[in-house]
Design a protein around this ligand. Structure first.
Ligand SMILES: [Fe+2]
Length: 247
């Protein structure tokens, strides 16, 4: 699979991408994994996430065409993707976010690794993160976070990392006893998506003060979730990012 990005523009503002080539096993993994995941999302995720899947046009039938997806994403939220190999160094990552560009791989897990892969793959970084970027509150959150991370202290970057982890990766939303997933780490994992509605889950009302005091534990299944009353509540974070930039 090639990782070249052409400098040619498809339409104003959208970079053309050299379309990756996927083999039959890759397509089988997508069908199995994404087919199951979309079924779980319909049951356990919030309605905005389900709307975003329809808007971007992801389906279990085939791995999406990257250029078609890029054009749709740009029309929906003004974001686009760029192809990367492996993990992106942090300064480059925040530079991309501050330019409304999300790094996506072309790697997809092997059929024997359906349950888990440590490598960034398209089932998480393309499928889940692009879904989130089709919601304007989530897209704006990530853009403002990228802009902010470029100019604030290391301590504030830690706070941003915690805010990102407990929203974009493992965020939940809902009123009363209803708890629905929207974080990419939840909607891309068959195990994690079940956890917020399990009896052991600790559901805490979202508060910026609480989140930035809470360390991230990325090496275990999550059991503590911060719940927004609606995705609109993420506007509080945008105000906080502005405050950090002005400090
Ligand atoms: Fe992620």
């Amino acid at each position: 699979m090639s990782l070249l990005i052409s400098s040619k523009k498809l339409v104003a503002g959208v970079q053309a991408i050299q379309e990756p080539v996927f083999n039959q096993e890759n397509q089988l993994v997508w069908r199995e994994y994404i087919g199951r995941q979309i079924g779980l999302i319909k049951k356990y995720a919030c309605s905005e996430i389900i709307d975003c899947i329809k808007a971007i046009g992801f389906s279990p039938d085939r791995i999406p065409n990257y250029n078609e997806t890029n054009r749709k994403l740009f029309e929906i939220s003004g974001w686009q993707m760029t192809l990367v190999k492996g993990l992106v160094p942090f300064p480059e990552y925040i530079h991309l976010l501050a330019n409304k560009t999300f790094p996506v791989p072309t790697f997809i897990r092997k059929i024997q690794d359906l349950a888990y892969t440590p490598e960034p793959d398209i089932c998480h970084d393309l499928f889940a993160h692009l879904i989130l970027l089709c919601n304007q509150y989530l897209a704006d959150f990530l853009f403002e976070m990228g802009r902010t991370a470029q100019v604030v202290s290391r301590k504030s970057v830690t706070a941003l990392g915690r805010l990102s982890w407990f929203t974009l990766e493992f965020g939940v939303v809902g009123h009363g006893i209803e708890t629905k997933a929207y974080g990419a780490g939840l909607i891309s994992s068959p195990g994690e998506i079940l956890k917020p509605s399990s009896p052991e889950a600790r559901i805490i009302p979202f508060s910026i003060e609480e989140v930035i005091k809470t360390p991230v534990k990325s090496d275990i299944m999550q059991s503590r979730y911060f719940k927004l009353s609606s995705l609109e509540q993420l506007e509080e974070c945008r105000k906080y990012f502005h405050y950090l930039r002005m400090k």
